[in-house]
Design a protein around this ligand. Structure first.
Ligand SMILES: [Zn+2]
Length: 150
């Protein structure tokens, strides 16, 4: 992972929190990162309005401007599930053999188990620009594309 990709990957968590807040889309189906471009695919049941996507971008950038901490810690899987429920999971499964999870948390924003590398503060991500959302009706999925601006 390049330094830019560590930033872009962290941006996925920031954008995901905004998508959860604005659209209420809880479940992530997949994520993709390449250099300064990222894509978050979430389970969703309709095409979002352009104003909703503008709000997602604005909320994500407000979290960047805030310079929120990106916390990483390890927990036993059972303990983590007891504390955080299924909010730490995505639709892609954690192997059953895994008993200890690395958790990534942006306080009051987003929490996920995740093994990738992250920057320490959302301010290090820099601003993001959403490239629109593509809704796939057949899969009931929304793809949210974004680029790092800074
Ligand atoms: Zn991550």
């Amino acid at each position: 992972m390049s330094a830019d990709e560590v930033r872009t990957h962290t941006a996925v968590h920031v954008v995901k929190g905004a998508v959860q807040k604005v659209l209420g889309a809880k479940w992530t189906a997949s994520v993709y990162v390449s250099e300064r471009h990222g894509r978050l695919t979430v389970q969703f049941d309709r095409k979002p309005e352009p104003e909703e996507l503008e709000r997602v971008e604005a909320e994500a950038n407000a979290k960047v401007d805030e310079g929120a901490e990106v916390l990483e810690f390890e927990m036993d899987k059972e303990e983590a599930e007891g504390h955080f429920g299924d909010s730490i999971y995505d639709l892609f499964p954690v192997p059953a053999s895994v008993t200890r999870l690395k958790i990534v948390r942006i306080p009051e924003w987003n929490i996920n188990c995740c093994n990738e590398r992250h920057v320490e503060s959302t301010s290090q991500v820099g601003r993001v620009r959403l490239g629109g959302g593509r809704f796939r009706n057949s899969k009931r999925e929304l793809e949210v594309e974004f680029d790092l601006v800074d």
